[in-house]
Design a protein around this ligand. Structure first.
Ligand code: ADP
Ligand code: MG
Length: 240
């Protein structure tokens, strides 16, 4: 579904991504771990071109999306993204937040958009919050709404950048539960997280990033159980 070839990203003289190669299969759940500043967010943001790569190529569903002629808006609709901060629109109800992009971007009919939004609220366990405003929700609820909002565009892949890092500890589980359900339904996902238990349980593949490279990758059993590189061992010894 996604092929990344020698992806590079510089900010001025700062080399952040130094040559990332990766293929992601449809239905795969790839979990990215690594120390702060290693380039995880930059990598995720390059995948949907929130950051313009400075080198290399990204192919998505057979099309080069780094090609100058490519219409990136078309691709972004197929890539849902969830951030650490939920970025819900405060002046809109939950239902309006979820329906906004389907109405504006996909030009869905209001009844159709509402039907899908209500189904998604059920998926994230918040059907009773349809008329609530973001300020009336807990952090965990806001993040579940942000996930529903991303899903409303019917993306082919979901990108998560530390979706539980801004949450109080007691709310982390409810968000991870929603993500686990998505994984079980076959959604292709790339997830940056510090939740190692979740990574181990839900990830098909773990990527360990450090210093702008993928230092090591493998199944959860391989990376957590038998890390090969000293840097992976060192990182895991600090977080496990
Ligand atoms: P991670 O998500 O692994 O913590 P990031 O991808 O956020 O790492 O950042 C990697 C490095 O890139 C950091 O040193 C950060 O300061 C730098 N960086 C990120 N975005 C920018 C930017 N827009 N301009 C300059 N430097 C940036
Ligand atoms: Mg980050």
């Amino acid at each position: 579904m996604i092929a990344v070839n020698n992806l590079q990203k510089h900010f001025g003289k700062l080399e952040i991504l130094k040559g990332i190669d990766l293929e992601i299969e449809k239905g795969e759940v790839v979990v990215v771990i690594g120390p702060s500043g290693s380039g995880k967010s930059t990598f995720l943001r390059c995948l949907n071109l929130l950051e313009q790569p400075t080198g290399g190529e990204i192919t998505f569903e057979g099309q080069s999306i780094t090609d100058k002629k490519h219409d990136i808006n078309q691709t972004r609709e197929k890539m849902g993204m969830v951030f650490q901060q939920f970025n819900l629109f405060p002046h809109m109800s939950v239902l309006q937040n979820i329906m906004l992009a389907p109405l504006k971007v996909k030009k869905q009919q209001p009844q159709e958009a509402e039907k899908i939004a209500v189904e998604l609220l059920r998926t994230v366990g918040l059907e009773d919050k349809r008329d609530a405003y973001p300020a009336q929700l807990s952090g965990g609820q806001k993040q579940r709404i942000a996930i529903a909002r991303a899903l409303a565009m019917q993306p082919h892949v979901m990108l998560f950048d530390e979706p539980t890092s801004a949450l109080d500890p007691e709310m982390v589980g409810e968000v991870l539960e929603v993500m686990k359900k998505l994984a079980e339904q076959g959604m292709t996902m790339v997830i940056v997280t510090h939740e190692m238990g979740f990574a181990r349980e839900v990830g098909d593949r773990i990527l360990f990033m450090d210093g702008g490279y993928i230092v090591e990758q493998g199944t959860p059993a391989e990376v957590f159980g038998n890390p090969k590189h000293a840097r992976t061992q060192d990182f895991l010894s600090k977080v496990l």
